[in-house]
Design a protein around this ligand. Structure first.
Ligand SMILES: NC(=O)c1ccc[n+]([C@@H]2O[C@H](COP(=O)([O-])OP(=O)(O)OC[C@H]3O[C@@H](n4cnc5c(N)ncnc54)[C@H](OP(=O)(O)O)[C@@H]3O)[C@@H](O)[C@H]2O)c1
Length: 291
């Protein structure tokens, strides 16, 4: 079995992905900047990256590390560059300098899209610093043998420090907290377990290039929230539909339509991606059963 180094392994996605890879029999090495991982390193520091990779010599690197706080990226673009671009430059420089056969899987975002959907991989539209830095990170990743997955995800968080979209919705609906949900932001995310399975498929097949990875039948965040409430059999009366221009708490512009066209991934990996409605149904069942 190949050795897989997961960087940023203790975050939201890593906490779902790492257990799945271990169950599938991979030798998994976990990395984080701080906390409970096999190796600790700041990936924006070249020496630390070279030490980490010289020591671990992975066959595959799955890079989940990055600065995911959109407002922070907007306020501190140099931190966004450091976390979302320079980290990739360091990893790729190691792969190229050491002339290894290491394959890089880099997780990017659907936020590189905006405007009329469904978006194919060549229709990038960068509307905030987070998107800009993630796209620049993709360009760095592409200079080594790599798979770049543009995605978005939801599902129960297994990471103590991170709350997912559905964790927030489930808590609000269960506690009857009044919340606002956006009618004007459309997306096509995958459930985290499906995404983890697709990443595992990716490391088996190692396709090179940029791929959209999401669901069929994307919808607005408001419709998503109402569908989730319906599947949970919880009252949706606490939710109000609104639009991003009617609220004051959003500091940074969010793309309005990030729905992706994913046939490149489906055709290359010969797999059919699920519908968003079915993913919501499955994930709601998980919350329902674990409640
Ligand atoms: N969350 C989403 O909804 C979403 C949607 C689309 C795409 N993505 C992408 O998916 C990937 C995983 O997301 P996630 O939500 O699992 O992220 P996350 O929970 O924020 O975890 C990211 C991890 O990266 C680490 N990190 C940041 N800068 C680092 C550095 N310089 N050196 C080493 N580690 C560093 C962070 O460590 P610290 O805790 O020390 O900062 C954190 O543990 C990200 O690349 C993100 O852009 C996420």
């Amino acid at each position: 079995m190949e050795t897989v180094l997961v960087t940023g392994a203790t975050g939201l996605l890593g906490s779902s992905l790492v257990p799945l890879l271990k169950v599938r029999g991979y030798e998994v090495i976990t990395h984080a900047r701080s906390g409970d991982a096999d190796f600790l390193a700041d990936l924006s520091v070249t020496d630390e990256v070279f030490k980490l990779l010289d020591k671990t010599r992975p066959d595959i690197i799955i890079n989940l590390a990055g600065l995911t706080d959109v407002d922070r990226c907007e306020a501190l673009p140099s931190q966004a560059y450091s976390a979302n671009v320079h980290t990739l430059e360091n990893i790729v420089n190691w792969i190229r300098q050491k002339n290894t056969h290491c394959h890089l899987v880099h997780i990017s975002t659907d936020m590189v899209y905006d405007g009329v959907s469904p978006h194919t991989e060549d229709t990038v539209s960068l509307t905030n610093y987070y998107a800009f830095s993630k796209y620049a990170g993709e360009l760095a990743a592409a200079s080594a043998p790599s798979t770049i997955l543009r995605t978005n995800f939801f599902g129960r968080s297994h990471c103590a420090e991170r709350t997912s979209l559905t964790d927030w919705l489930f808590r609000s609906l269960s506690n009857s907290d009044t919340i606002q949900v956006f009618d004007d932001v459309l997306f096509s995310p995958l459930a985290m377990d499906t995404l983890s399975n697709m990443i595992e498929l990716t490391i088996r097949k190692k396709p090179v290039g940029v791929f959209n990875l999401g669901t069929h039948g994307g919808m607005s965040k408001a419709d998503f929230a109402f569908a989730f409430a319906e599947e949970l059999n919880l009252s949706a009366g606490v939710m109000t539909r609104t639009s991003t221009d009617q609220v004051t708490f959003l500091k940074t512009y969010r793309p309005k339509d990030m729905r992706m066209e994913c046939s490149k991934f489906e055709n290359t990996l010969t797999i059919k991606l699920p519908s968003l409605r079915n993913e919501i149904k499955r994930v709601a069942k998980e919350y329902y059963e674990e409640a």
